[in-house]
Design a protein around this ligand. Structure first.
Ligand code: NAD
Ligand code: UDP
Length: 313
């Protein structure tokens, strides 16, 4: 049945894909965003579509709208942006969670939190299962994001236990694809833009740290299933195929035919050494597993950035 769905952070990378998917299923979508890291480029094409509405609003302020379900994605996700104003990042996670939970309680509707693999910090267990509590530095530069997301998980869990709110928590692992911002700063978009421009490809540290990269369509499918199946989670959503950052750089150079050199830069403080989701729970609860292999997802993302870079600056 068609619903009216609120997506906070809907003008961002993941949010814009989620809005498009929900619209294509016949739902009305209300996108709420403060455009701090989201873009007109992402929201513009959605405005052309029937059933889409946009509100410029900050999730740290109370929200009063009608909705049948809520996806809470509003939060900067790239280390470059979430560390730029760390206090604001923490407030976005915590006050944003409080505001969407209050709205869900008032309306009696389900609410999904976009959490993150960062709750596992620099994990001492590998791969990461949902029952691993993590290894997070609470006073380091990533803490504003990691601890904010952990506190939001706590709020979601307590609103469920004590106030009967119908919550879901998705722990999202590194996701990439078209509509990432060209200056986003995360590894996939950085390497592709650098490769296409013939600039040095900046591998931080020795490049042996690993990540597991999920194509955005796969992630969005997992989020929608989690909302629809009603499992509280937390549930890991990510692609279990693990690559070193150096392998990723070499793959992108190879696929773009770039003349770029791979150079080394300082490793950021507290950069996790490894990351790989155990997705047994998502398979069992949601019948979900990623389908798009890395090279295929990268090819689509490279094509997107070729278009972006061909536009006048
Ligand atoms: P993004 O930065 O592209 O999108 C975030 C969106 O939230 C932007 O449109 C931004 O303008 C908006 N926003 C930020 N603060 C806000 C506020 N105070 N009020 C209203 N809107 C605000 O990031 P993304 O990659 O699309 O991430 C979306 C969500 O998924 C985030 O919550 C992020 O933590 C989570 N996540 C993403 C990944 C990933 O790899 N992409 C991994 C783990 C978790
Ligand atoms: N990274 C890198 N070069 C870049 C950007 C990132 O080597 O230009 C590394 C970064 O140090 C980390 C990995 O790539 O080890 C993933 O970084 P990203 O910022 O994409 O996500 P996160 O660290 O939050 O997983």
């Amino acid at each position: 049945m068609a619903q009216r769905i609120l997506v906070t952070g809907g003008a961002g990378f993941v949010g814009s894909h989620l809005c498009a998917r929900l619209l294509s299923e016949g739902h009305d979508v209300l996108c709420l965003d403060d455009f701090s890291t989201g873009s007109e480029r992402n929201a513009g094409p959605l405005l052309e579509r029937r059933g889409f509405a946009l509100i410029r609003h900050d999730v740290t302020a109370p929200i009063a709208v009608e909705a049948d379900a809520i996806y809470n994605l509003a939060c900067p996700a790239s280390p470059r942006y979430y560390q730029a104003d760390p206090v604001r990042t923490l407030r976005t996670s915590i006050e944003g969670a409080l505001n969407v939970l209050a709205l869900a309680e008032t309306l009696g509707v389900p609410v999904l939190q976009a959490s993150t693999s960062e709750v596992y910090g620099d994990p001492a267990e590998h791969p990461q299962r949902e029952n691993y509590w993590g290894n997070v530095n609470p006073v380091g530069p990533r803490a504003c994001y990691d601890e904010g997301k952990r506190a939001a998980e706590t709020l979601f869990s307590d609103y469920r236990r004590h106030r009967g709110v119908d919550t879901r928590i998705a722990r999202i692992f590194n996701t990439y694809g078209p509509q990432m911002h060209r200056h986003d700063g995360r590894v996939v978009s950085n390497f592709i833009v650098q490769a296409l421009k013939g600039e040095d490809i900046t591998v931080y540290g020795d490049g042996r740290q690993s990540r597991s990269f999920c194509y955005v369509d796969d992630l969005v499918d997992g989020l929608v299933r989690l909302m629809e199946r009603g499992a509280p989670g937390p549930v890991n959503l990510g692609n279990p195929e693990e690559y070193s950052v150096r392998e990723l750089a070499e793959t992108i150079v190879n696929m773009t035919g770039s003349t770029s050199r791979i150079v080394q830069r300082d490793l950021p403080v507290d950069d996790p050494r490894q990351r790989q989701p155990d997705i047994t729970l998502a398979r069992e609860l949601l019948g979900w597993a990623p389908r798009v292999p890395l090279r295929e997802g990268l090819a689509r993302t490279i094509a997107y950035f070729e278009g972006v870079l061909a536009e006048p600056a």
